[in-house]
Ligand binder design. Structure first.
Ligand SMILES: Cc1cc2nc3c(=O)[nH]c(=O)nc-3n(C[C@H](O)[C@H](O)[C@H](O)COP(=O)(O)OP(=O)(O)OC[C@H]3O[C@@H](n4cnc5c(N)ncnc54)[C@H](O)[C@@H]3O)c2cc1C
Length: 485
């Protein structure tokens, strides 16, 4: 059998390496991905402040895939043809080479199973002036972007050392962003480095975000038990911000960015701008723009994908009000409902609806986060789908055997600042389940036992350990499969 994995990120790399391990020599696993490098994206935060280099968070994929006997094609997938063409009924993928002599050349590859793990399109185009290439803001979403941010951050430090006072704005660059956790972590790394350099008093730090209130994180916020009291993540985050003298502007949709100004509107009707000298704003995410065609070359993209370009899977996509949202709406097996040999995992699958309540301005502009799909759930989905496909191949059955619903799994987020062993700090949060379940956990929707928040050095150690552990695992080093996702 031939299995194609589109994308070599957190979810695709997990699925491909495990599939090969489960299936052995008899079956062929091919990864198609445009970049030659694997990137441990969570550590891009440290690259973005100059505490790490690109080489510390990446490695070349080719030697790893050669070692693990996985085929690697450095290319960008363009379209999926799940019914094959009119001559041959064999499903195939069309891709375009992105490296070597064949750069730009299009080719087809047939498959028995296909996993779409193409992650997000960083949709900088959604806000004029957003992004490092055509706009005025930095990003830490790729290691290249993070390196550019670090260069500019160093310049800013030099200017402050020379006596200037500067404004730093960190957050989300559009009303529908997700991934607030990454921006939050970057903010605290900036604060940490500024203190270390002795220029914190010269910097004004502002958090701008589409969250309804601090601590929402695209998960509708959460409740934690601390010192015998139940407190909300809003209080937790507000005390962190206050302690570190960071100001905040929530409920905000960035409408336009200029070189030194960020324009925004808020849910409360405020239309204003803030001045900035250094900006890092996460862009909104969309699907990467894969197309789908039927046997007769009819464009079936709208049938296979949601309007945001993410692939439909076994979720309940019926439009519902916030009050009707149900944990069972969330996908379990990640199998495409039309084509049982196609799966989508990680950021590539279309969620049924957000987790945070959808909020709009009077003019209908959405200012509320879309749902996060962090690394741990993405890798867990990769593992579940790899297990299901291996079982389906062995048994010849069409039903997946493994599940990984975000309504039944937890996630951990460690926002860590600093890189040293004794001089770092972290806000560590765990949440269970990611999608709240008000039937199982009345009133607050989540387990108070497994939803936690701590501040201290221990979390920083965990984040550092995770960095080395996941790089070790992803490189396919000895015993890699024992390390959990
Ligand atoms: C700055 C930052 C910090 C983060 N920190 C954390 C953290 O601390 N903890 C945590 O759990 N999560 C964190 N996350 C989230 C985490 O990185 C994502 O959840 C995870 O990377 C999603 O995995 P994925 O496989 O869906 O996508 P990705 O890891 O983005 O992988 C997508 C892959 O698809 C490839 N691709 C793109 N287009 C195509 C195409 N057309 N054809 C073929 N391949 C394609 C890409 O090159 C890439 O290899 C962070 C994210 C960011 C941006």
């Amino acid at each position: 059998m031939k299995i194609i994995v589109l994308g070599a990120g957190v979810s695709g790399h997990t699925a491909a390496t495990l599939l090969k391990r489960y299936l052995g020599k008899k079956h062929e696993v091919t990864v198609i991905s445009p970049n030659s490098q694997w990137n441990w994206i969570p550590s891009n935060i440290w690259v973005g402040v100059g505490a790490m280099k690109s080489q510390d968070v990446t490695f070349p994929l080719k030697p790893v895939y050669e070692k693990l006997k996985i085929n690697f094609i450095q290319a960008k997938a363009l379209s999926i043809h799940p019914e094959g063409n009119s001559v041959e009924g064999k499903s195939f993928v069309t891709y375009e080479h992105t490296a070597g002599e064949r750069t730009g050349k299009k080719e087809n590859l047939t498959y028995d199973f296909c996993i779409n793990a193409t992650g997000p399109k960083l949709n900088f185009g959604a806000t004029p002036g957003l992004g490092p290439e055509e706009g005025f803001t930095h990003s830490v979403c790729t290691y290249g972007h993070a390196e550019a941010a670090a260069r500019s951050f160093k310049d800013a430090i030099l200017r402050m050392k020379a006596g200037e006072e500067l404004n730093f704005v960190i957050g989300t660059g559009h009303g529908t962003c997700t991934c607030q956790g990454a921006a939050f972590e970057y903010l605290f790394n900036i604060d940490y480095e500024l203190r270390k350099e002795g220029v914190r008093d010269k910097a004004k730090l502002l958090w701008i975000s589409n969250e309804y209130e601090l601590g929402d994180f695209g998960m509708g916020g959460m409740h934690l038990e601390r010192g015998g009291y139940i407190t909300s993540s809003k209080i937790f985050a507000e005390s962190l911000f206050t302690e570190r003298e960071v100001q905040w502007k929530t409920k905000a949709h960035v409408t336009k960015v200029e070189k030194d100004k960020i324009h925004f509107v808020t849910l409360d009707g405020e239309k204003s701008f803030v001045k900035t000298d250094f900006t890092m704003l996460i862009p909104p995410f969309a699907g990467v723009g894969l197309k789908a065609f039927s046997k007769s070359e009819e464009d079936i993209t709208e049938k296979m994908f949601a309007p945001n370009g993410m692939m439909k899977v076994d979720a309940n996509y019926v439009s519902k009000s916030f009050e009707e949202w149900n944990p069972n709406d969330w996908p379990k097996s990640y199998q495409n409902p039309l084509y049982p040999n196609v799966f989508a995992i990680g950021i590539a699958f279309a969620p049924p609806h957000p987790i945070s309540k959808v909020m709009k301005t009077k003019d209908g502009i959405q200012i509320s986060p879309t749902p996060p799909r962090t690394g741990m759930p993405s890798a867990t989905m990769g593992k579940a789908v790899a297990k299901s496909i291996a079982d389906m191949i062995r048994s010849g059955k069409k039903n997946p055997t493994h599940t990984a619903s975000m309504a039944e799994m937890g996630a951990a987020c460690v926002a860590s600042a600093g890189k040293g062993l004794f001089d770092g700090g972290a806000a560590s949060m765990t949440v269970y389940p990611i999608v709240p379940d008000y039937q199982k956990y009345p009133k607050i929707g989540r387990s108070l036992r497994y939803t936690t928040g701590e501040i201290g050095l221990a979390g920083h150690w965990i984040k550092t350990l995770l960095h080395y552990m996941f790089l070790y695992k992803a490189k396919g080093n000895f015993g890699w499969w024992i390390i959990p996702e």
